[in-house]
Write a new protein. Structure first.
Length: 194
């Protein structure tokens, strides 16, 4: 009899705990915004030949930049987030790459997708970035169909996407150098990224 009562008490305690956990989880999730399937990027990233959508974005630090203002230059634009280690690795590589093109018509920009902007400036400082870091939105991400973080685009001087890369692969700098040099009309392809 006593064992049966203990079993019922344990079962009741287990049921109350389950209800409390489910209720607590539901209560915490009430404020989490989950984008609908319609709002998420679909398909693959914009491909070579597509016109790069123009964006007017605020920089970390306050001023703004429009992609249209960069016409005539080769633009390397990456969508990234502070929580993505692949993004951080790519940004370090892009910082080195930018140094090799300091006096040429090449602009590398980082389009940050974090909703909380406070930590972004700290990450930029921690990474030692000197490339423009801009705040992008989910709508901007949708326009570029950048469903993988990071997603990088190489855009020619006419505003056409010439190459896109999803994710980060170590050594991508050599590939980007060849792609940028081809767009600049360079023949040497010799760059150092010290």
């Amino acid at each position: 009899m006593r064992t049966r009562m203990a079993g019922h008490a344990f079962g009741a305690l287990l049921a109350i705990t389950a209800v409390a956990l489910i209720g607590g989880t539901a209560w915490n999730l009430r404020s989490v915004e989950v984008p609908s399937a319609v709002a998420m990027p679909t398909g693959v990233a914009l491909e070579a030949g597509a016109t790069a959508p123009d964006l007017q974005l605020e920089r970390v630090g306050g001023d703004s930049l429009a992609l249209a203002d960069l016409r005539g230059k080769v633009v390397v634009a990456t969508f990234w987030a502070t929580w993505s280690e692949s993004s951080r690795q790519q940004l370090r590589a892009l910082q080195k790459l930018q140094a090799g093109y300091a006096n040429q018509d090449v602009v590398i920009i980082a389009l940050n997708l974090d909703r909380e902007r406070e930590g972004v400036a700290q990450d930029v400082e921690q990474l030692g970035l000197h490339i423009p870091v801009l705040f992008a939105t989910v709508a901007d991400q949708l326009r570029y169909r950048a469903s993988v973080i990071p997603t990088l685009y190489v855009i020619d001087g006419a505003g056409k996407i010439r190459h896109q890369h999803t994710g980060f692969l170590p050594g991508v700098e050599a590939t980007l150098t060849r792609q940028i040099d081809a767009l600049l009309g360079a023949t040497s392809g010799q760059r150092t990224m010290d």
